[in-house]
Design a protein around this ligand. Sequence first.
Ligand SMILES: C[S@@+](CC[C@H](N)C(=O)[O-])C[C@H]1O[C@@H](n2cnc3c(N)ncnc32)[C@H](O)[C@@H]1O
Length: 326
Amino acid sequence: MKLLFYLSGEFEDLAAIEAETFLKMFDGESENIDTQMVIGKCSDEIVTCLYRFGLIHEASRHLFSCSSLDELKDGFESMEIPDGALCVRVRNIGKRRVDSLRLERELGRILWKKGAKISVSKPDHVLRVYISNRIHVGILLHETDRKQFLLRRPDLKPFFRPGAILPRLARSLVNIAGIKNGILLDPMCGTGTILVEAGLVDLDFLGIEAYKVIAKGCAINLRYYGLPANVVTGDVKSMGLGDESVDGIVTDFPYLQSTKSLGETHELYSLALQEFSRVMRGENRAIFLTNLDVDDLVNEHFKIEHKLYQRLHKSLTRRIYVCRKL
Ligand SMILES: C[S@@+](CC[C@H](N)C(=O)[O-])C[C@H]1O[C@@H](n2cnc3c(N)ncnc32)[C@H](O)[C@@H]1O
């Protein structure tokens, strides 16, 4: 099927990688991109995984794309009408602005004249019109419940430590790891934000954490969400895991201050990356967040597919490395 993904505007680059990962996972690829939109074909099986979305707000089954409002109306005139009650919803994206209420009424009237049943309050299908640089029309398949991520904010969890990443970012990174079924490892798991998101999309997971008290807290958080407490105390520099025993890695390195000796930092990254490569199966993805540029060390074991920057505050910019095993 051909899908339209409507992406978060806040982390658009990452959201686009997430959408492309889903398409690949289901034997497809992206065909087109537009502001906050990715369009691509993949197998129908993807509908079983839409609940996993992190930074993708919506997915719709693509009907057509066009350039102008006149073409949009023509498209509605010639559209095959789906069974059941319909409702038209217009979404303005980016800088382009149309009077969405008026357009919804106009398009609804076209369908009604063609014999469609229209119901605004209880539609069987929502026809989504995305006004991006071009105009894209689809039947809404899934809308991500964004409130769930706010409810899982780190400070609302039973065990809290400052510095935990936001759950919807963690969810997106888990998806970008590209694991359909398998084990995700977070070898510096802290309070377990990444593990919780992996567990909630039905992946198996394992956490490693250097400090016993934090590992215990992580276990409390996992149980709070009804997930197994798969977390052990250990050192990322020498993980007691077998070779090729996990399917992907998502982790967040400690944010090291310049007061730490360079030698110690170098050792942490160098040994951790070697371990990531050893414990990962196949050519899967390792994704890690850091405040440092460590391309040279990463290149020894991984191909850097994407490196993104997220400015957190004046003196802290997070780097997001999306890597594939060499
Ligand atoms: C930036 S925090 C991770 C935050 C985590 N993503 C969360 O949601 O809470 C980095 C974590 O790595 C742990 N850590 C530091 N050095 C480590 C090591 N050598 N092995 C394993 N964990 C380590 C720290 O104790 C800390 O909890």
